[in-house]
Design a protein around this ligand. Structure first.
Ligand SMILES: Cc1ncc(COP(=O)(O)O)c(C=O)c1O
Length: 449
């Protein structure tokens, strides 16, 4: 480390030279050479600082399910900021946080009836991991301390979520991870699944790999299995038909907790409040974030089954039952945004809307099938992953160029994951806008051929 004094840019002398902000998950130098700035948003669109409209094919980052800057959400946040800015969530509370917890629990399947709030998907995952460990502790089975994740899984960037996650680039620079974590194989096989509409027919048997891990580690050492019902961040891997049901059955056999990470799939993305409902599988915990406030204020949380919560409600009444929480758990602005978002989802029937649009969305996705360099298209709910072949010697270049061209030439926001493109528009998207998104995407794919 150099001992030379570092000259910091002064905000007063250098108003905006793009230097100081180290951008997350971004190619910083390329961005700062050719910025993709957005400074306003409304409904289905972002607007660049020069006023140019950009149609949002990505719900921001899988977040804004109700569309952008919706008036009821904006007003709720404004009113809450004026009424009460902050309430300490440890030992005190804001009544509205109980209302939001009840509303979320009412949307959840089965007896998932308690909610622990945090501020992001990463925190939700690490919270669920801690609940699992502490649950086995209070249940007299502290030896259940291992976790099983899955290859190509994304569970955020905390050390817990990173350890159970299965994306090499997110792990390899960061040391040895948590001990005691193993991984299921991912569920993708292009040979058997290419161009699947909805859940692919092939792959249910892959759940049986959990049996192998149980044999390897011992059936009573595993605390929990974490999977995304649909793996979004790896460019959309829908679960094979029957896979999640089979995973549930194996977890039941060995009394392993099953956690669905629904940070993306929660709040309507797959046509239901939670993907658990779509698949008729009740996990022991559900992690959520993003759509809970339609992205308007950071919030995450963990839905927990009744018996898990009950196991903690022991000991003297004045004693804290679970030593965990965040300063901003159930922050009043997030709670206000969450209540307003849930009202919008209900009043506008947005989860059902996603379900109704599904066949049209799938047709639009598959219209790209014969374009150059398209290797696969996978769609489920209002999501799609499109694999493009890599340019020789330049993995990730074609995807990156597609993102740049989408933004600059077509006025389209999409996500690039290596050479794959992922899309997931706000659930208010119209049929005409679906057409527009795919016309623009087709031109982008041709342009990067
Ligand atoms: C399934 C899943 N879990 C966790 C996370 C992490 O969420 P956050 O970025 O809010 O920490 C994400 C983010 O995309 C996600 O898709």
């Amino acid at each position: 480390m150099s001992t030379q004094a570092v000259r910091k840019p002064q905000a007063s002398t250098i108003p905006n030279d793009l230097e100081a902000f180290w951008m997350p998950f971004t190619a910083n130098r390329a961005f700062k050479a050719r910025p993709r700035m957005v400074s306003r948003a409304k409904d289905m669109h972002y607007y660049a600082p020069d006023g140019r409209a950009i149609i949002d094919g990505a719900a921001g980052l899988w977040c804004t399910n109700a569309g952008h800057s919706r008036e009821p959400i904006v007003k709720a946040i404004q009113a809450q900021a004026a009424e009460m800015d902050f309430a300490p969530p440890f030992q005190y509370a804001n009544p509205k946080s109980f209302e939001l917890a009840s509303r979320i629990a009412a949307l959840a399947p089965g007896d998932l009836d308690h909610v622990f709030f945090c501020n992001s998907g990463s925190e939700a995952v690490d919270t669920a991991m801690k609940i699992a460990l502490a649950y086995w502790n209070v249940s007299g089975q502290a030896q259940r301390a291992r976790f099983i994740g899955r290859e190509r899984g994304y569970h955020g960037v905390g050390f817990g979520g990173m350890s159970i996650g299965g994306l090499g680039n997110n792990r390899k620079a960061f040391g040895t991870m948590l001990a005691g974590v193993d991984h299921l194989p991912h569920t993708y096989n292009r040979e058997h699944q290419a161009f699947s509409r909805g859940e692919p027919d092939w792959g249910e048997h892959l759940a049986d790999n959990l049996e192998h891990l149980v044999a390897l580690h011992g059936d009573n050492t595993i605390a929990a299995v974490f999977v995304e019902p649909m793996a979004g961040s790896t460019a959309v891997l829908p679960p094979p038909k029957g896979y999640l049901q089979r995973l549930r059955a194996i977890c039941d056999r060995y009394k392993i907790l099953l956690v669905f990470d629904e940070v993306i799939t929660g709040f309507g993305r797959l046509g239901h409040a939670f993907a658990a409902e779509r698949y008729g599988v009740i996990p022991d915990m559900i992690t959520f974030a993003k759509g809970v406030t339609s992205g308007a204020v950071p919030m995450g949380g963990v839905l927990v089954r009744h018996d898990i919560h009950q196991a903690f409600m022991n000991g003297p009444e004045h004693a804290i039952e679970f030593f965990h929480g965040y300063t901003y758990s159930a922050h009043p602005l997030a709670v206000a945004a969450g209540l307003a978002a849930l009202d919008l989802y209900r009043d506008e029937g947005l989860f059902e809307r996603a379900r109704t649009l599904e066949p049209l969305w799938y047709d639009a996705c598959m219209s790209l099938k014969s374009l150059p360099h398209v290797l696969d298209i996978r769609c489920v709910g209002l999501t799609v992953g499109i694999d493009l072949s890599s340019k020789p010697g330049a993995v990730g270049m074609r995807g990156f160029e597609a993102m740049e061209r989408g933004f600059h030439d077509e006025g389209l926001m999409l996500r690039a994951v290596g050479d794959s493109l992922a899309m997931s528009p706000p659930l208010i998207v119209s049929e005409a806008q679906i057409g527009e998104i795919f016309e623009k995407t087709a031109r982008v794919i041709k342009a990067v051929a």
